[in-house]
Design a protein around this ligand. Structure first.
Ligand code: C5P
Length: 216
């Protein structure tokens, strides 16, 4: 595996922004793995399926066009909710695994952000971050992004609590910090400060990785 950065954390923790910033700094491609689960959730709903039907959701996941993740419908609150419901199914996670693994193993390295990158998808990643923030701060950030939907802050906060519970409580690849992931709490940070802190953590990991992969 080349230089892979695993960025995990709960909803709206800032991990997406951190991952994109790292992508620029290290000139690495970034995969937002949440979009895969969002695409499956939206796909199931669009064809009138049941999000709790594992077999159905897994078939949608197997047929997913991972090259077409730019649909704005994947960014909505409903898509986030649908994503976390299909994400509890082991067969869905399995169907999405190969694509994520291939992305991680590409020549030159890669960055993946999600919930289980450092624990399941790329446990051997040389750099791992666990990005978090308090539920209130995360709800505030998500609420600002969702203004166009006319949602209230209280609704978004309730969503965040529900999503945390579902993501952390599920049996299949729950959201947990990998033992060797560096914790980055962005509650008191601006976006730039979080990106900066992440950059420093990864620069240190990269120096260690380079030293250890040097021949002799
Ligand atoms: O990160 P994002 O909010 O887009 O993820 C949507 C949902 O997809 C999460 O709440 C989680 O349930 C699921 N997910 C996951 N594993 C990942 C990425 C996302 O279970 N690697």
């Amino acid at each position: 595996m080349d230089f892979v950065i695993a960025v995990d954390g709960p909803a709206a923790s800032g991990k997406g922004t951190v991952a994109v910033g790292l992508g620029r700094r290290f000139a690495l491609p970034v995969l937002d793995t949440g979009l895969l689960y969002r695409a499956v959730g939206v796909g199931v709903v669009r064809i009138g399926g049941d999000l709790d039907d594992e077999g159905f959701a897994a078939r949608v996941a197997s047929g997913l066009d991972a090259g077409a993740l730019e649909d704005p419908a994947f960014r909505t609150r409903a898509a986030g909710e649908a994503a976390s419901r299909v994400a509890v199914h082991p067969a869905v996670r399995q169907a999405l695994k190969d694509f994520q693994r291939m992305f991680a193993l590409q020549k030159g390295g890669a960055i993946l952000d999600g919930r289980d990158i450092g624990t399941v998808i790329a446990p051997e990643a040389p750099a791992k971050l666990f990005v978090t923030a308090s539920p209130e701060v995360r709800a505030q950030r998500r609420w600002k992004q969702l203004q166009a939907e006319g949602t209230t802050y209280q609704e978004v906060l309730a969503d965040i609590h529900k999503r945390d519970e579902r993501d952390s409580g599920r049996a299949a690849a729950p959201l947990v910090r990998a033992e060797d992931a560096v914790l980055l709490d962005t509650s008191q940070m601006t976006i730039d400060e979080a990106a900066d802190a992440a950059r420093r953590i990864v620069e240190a990991a990269r120096a260690r990785w380079e030293a250890s992969s040097r021949p002799g």
